[in-house]
Design a protein around this ligand. Structure first.
Ligand SMILES: C[S@@+](CC[C@H](N)C(=O)[O-])C[C@H]1O[C@@H](n2cnc3c(N)ncnc32)[C@H](O)[C@@H]1O
Length: 274
């Protein structure tokens, strides 16, 4: 049990929420959840049966709040990966504080590397995927937003790795900006035997700092399509995409699909209540 404030790199965390240390160079506020985070959690909250008992992986776990929400929805285990050391510390602390520490593991590393050879029932990601010529958005680290001029620098390797890390019958849920090419993602996934279905679409504010850094060619091509301007204000279509194998096996097969779940289930009939 934690009593007083705890040092975390250049920040101090204290209940009930994170507060900045006077010495803070990079504030923990850099990991604050966004509208994208909220939309992803909303879609997952509507899918409790998919989450319950699932072995979950999140790539780019940031504050850890998406995994915390999944823990509350009954996930069996939670694995978070982030390139930033502070994000790993923040996620670990959050899950511990909420009483989910024993089900959780966090790794600092690049994309799929820390989980080579492992498969998960449910994979979630809200990776950087904005088309920016300059990722230094005020108040965030560059790694929060750095996705290349077309926005796909992380999205493409994420989609390519899914086949090696989704358990049979597993599902992935990701945030996907409309302006980075939903059809391109669909085609990539189709070649690997997956489908992509949009399960939620919402508008997110393209604030001035982001708008000023967006790739001009993407802005020009997407205005009036997936980006909507009203005077000085602009909004972008954000999708939550569900990715699954093209011919999803039955629920019964799915339940025994995960290696860890299969190992656990060997000791009882598949139809027995959990
Ligand atoms: C847009 S933020 C989302 C954070 C969190 N999932 C949320 O929704 O609040 C993207 C996260 O991906 C992490 N990230 C960036 N590049 C990464 C990489 N190559 N491998 C793993 N994580 C990465 C960033 O540090 C950041 O925490």
């Amino acid at each position: 049990m934690q009593c007083g404030p705890q040092e975390l790199g250049s920040v101090v965390l204290s209940r009930p929420g994170p507060t900045l240390d006077n010495r803070a160079g990079v504030p923990l506020a850099a990991l604050r959840p966004s509208e994208y985070t909220a939309a992803l959690i909303q879609a997952l909250r509507a899918r409790r049966t998919v989450v319950r008992d699932a072995y979950v992986l999140e790539i780019g776990s940031g504050s850890g709040v998406v995994l915390a929400a999944l823990a509350d929805l009954g996930a069996a285990s939670l694995c978070g990966i982030d390139i930033e050391e502070d994000a790993v510390a923040s996620g670990t602390l959050l899950l511990d504080e909420l009483g989910h520490g024993e089900r959780a593991e966090f790794h600092q590393g690049d994309m799929w590397r820390p989980v080579a050879g492992r498969r998960f029932d449910l994979i979630v990601a809200n990776l950087p995927h904005s088309a920016l010529v300059d990722a230094h958005v005020p108040g965030r680290r560059a790694t929060w937003s750095e996705a290349g001029a077309d926005g796909r620098r992380l999205l493409d390797p994420f989609l390519e790795g899914l086949g090696r890390h989704l358990a049979p019958g597993g599902r992935a849920y990701i945030t996907h900006n409309g302006f980075v090419g939903l059809d391109r993602s669909r085609r990539m996934l189709a070649r690997a035997g997956f489908t992509l279905e949009v399960v939620l679409t919402t508008l997110v504010n393209l604030h001035d700092e982001k708008l000023a850094r967006m790739t001009p060619g993407v802005l020009a091509a997407e205005e009036g399509r997936t980006i909507h301007r009203h005077g000085p204000y602009a909004f972008a279509e954000l999708h939550i995409a569900e990715i699954a194998a093209s011919a999803a096996p039955s629920r019964q097969l799915r339940r025994s699909g995960s290696p860890r779940r299969a190992a656990r289930d060997r000791s009882r009939p598949v139809d027995a209540p959990s």
